[in-house]
Each structure stands twice: as C-alpha cells, then as structure tokens.
Write a protein that binds this ligand. Structure first.
Ligand code: 5RP
Length: 229
C-alpha cells in the first residue's frame, strides 16, 4: 500500500512496529540501534527498559544524540565486540527479506552493525514492502568525494542513473549517490559488484546480511511477524 505523504496511519504504524521490537530486547548486553523515523520511536521506548542492557552502539551521530538524550550509554563498536541485537528500519524490502537502506544516509554504519550482530530485527510499516527491489526506491551509494564521478560512470555502465545527494555529507565525511533505475534482478550480485568499484565505501543494498525477523505494521495497525520466502 502506497500512502500519500499525509497518511496518518504511517506514523502510527512506525510507532507500533518499533514498540513490538522493544519486547525482544531480552538477554541482550549490547544493542545496535539504526537510524530514521521508525527507530526514533524505538529509542523513545528504550528509555523505559534501559536496565535490561548495558548500552547501545549507534549507527549515526543522530541516533547517538537521541540515545544520550534518553539516558542510554552510547558505546563504541571497537570496545563491545559483537552485538547481541540490532534493530533498524529500511526504505524497501522484498519477499526474500532483501533490503534497500540509506535514505537517512547511515547505510555504511548500518551495514556494519547488521553484520556484526547476532540477531537483526527490521521494523517497518507496510509501505516499505515491494514484490521486487527494482520496482522500489533509489539505491544510495556512499562514495569517497575524490572518486564520485568515476563511481557514477561505472554505475551508469551498470544501467543505473546516479544523482548526487546535494549539500549532504555522511557521518564518515563522504558523499552519497542516489541511484535510480538500477537493474536489480540479482541483488546480491549487484551489491558485490558495486562494493568492488574503487571509491565506493558501501552500497545500500542489503542482500547478504538479511534481517532474521521483520516486524511490519500494516495500514490496519496490526503488527505482522514476517517469514522470508
Ligand atoms: C537510514 C535508513 C533508514 O532505516 C531508512 O531510511 C528508513 O527510515 P524511516 O524509518 O525514517 O522510514 O536506512 O539510513
């Protein structure tokens, strides 16, 4: 279901999906926390259960700031070792649980945290579900500024249409190319191919490290626990 920007149920659905994930914060020492408006609701709720874990590793400066405001210790991934549970949103997912992420610009740290975590729970509203990733949203690619044009040319050769995200730098000091029309018949192959372009820091296709569980809140405001096809 595609909402208009004014669909009030979408905000309610984001909050519901985030609240459903709070009950899964059990037997957790270190938590990883994603970035975006859905995870913002998750962070709000974390304040009430912060005695159940030691601290959180943030996927962005924005998330780190929200965690601190909520009174949750923000930890360094270099100090924690692997993370017990990572909770994050997404821009799109398909029936195989492959994702597109990074519209909030945090894709690199998000992919590191998802991969470094024993469990990855995705919290989304129904508007993020697509039959095929290629039918969905643009694919963000974080690039070292020096290589921006070179990377863009390689992506054009792959059939994509890259556009520089204007007046934007990631928390890592890099730029983002938002790629439209990228052929995504085999998302894993495209993920690896883009990662191999010199100058690419990371691509927002998550086809290798899939979520273990998706909590999707529908327009009827019911949270569904999805299973991968
Ligand atoms: C940030 C992301 C977010 O998870 C994604 O953009 C979804 O955000 P929202 O919950 O605001 O819809 O990948 O880099």
């Amino acid at each position: 279901m595609q909402p208009t920007s004014s669909s009030p149920w979408v905000e309610k659905a984001k909050r519901l999906a985030a609240e459903a994930a709070l009950s899964m914060v059990q037997n957790v020492r270190y938590l990883g926390v994603g970035t975006g408006s859905t995870t913002r609701y998750f962070i709000e709720g974390l304040g009430k259960i912060q005695d159940q874990f030691d601290g959180a590793v943030a996927s962005s400066e924005q998330t780190a700031s929200l965690l601190r405001q909520t009174g949750i210790p923000v930890l360094d991934l270099n100090e924690t070792g692997d993370i017990d549970l990572y909770v994050d949103g997404a821009d799109a997912f398909d029936p195989h649980f492959r994702l597109i992420k990074g519209h909030g610009g945090a894709l690199t740290r998000e992919k590191i945290l998802a991969t470094a975590s024993r469990r990855f729970i995705l919290i989304v509203d129904e508007t993020k579900r697509f039959d095929r990733l290629g039918d969905s949203v643009s694919v963000p690619v974080e690039v070292i500024p020096f290589a921006r044009s070179y990377v863009a040319r390689q992506i054009v050769r792959m059939g994509g249409t890259p556009a520089l995200r204007e007046r934007y730098l990631t928390d890592n000091g890099n730029q983002i190319l938002d790629v439209l029309s990228l052929p995504l018949a085999d998302p894993s192959q495209v993920e690896r191919q883009i990662q191999c372009i010199p100058g690419v820091v990371e691509v927002g296709i998550f086809a290798e490290r899939l979520p273990d569980l998706i909590l999707m809140a529908t327009s009827s405001l019911v949270v569904e626990r999805l299973k991968a096809v």
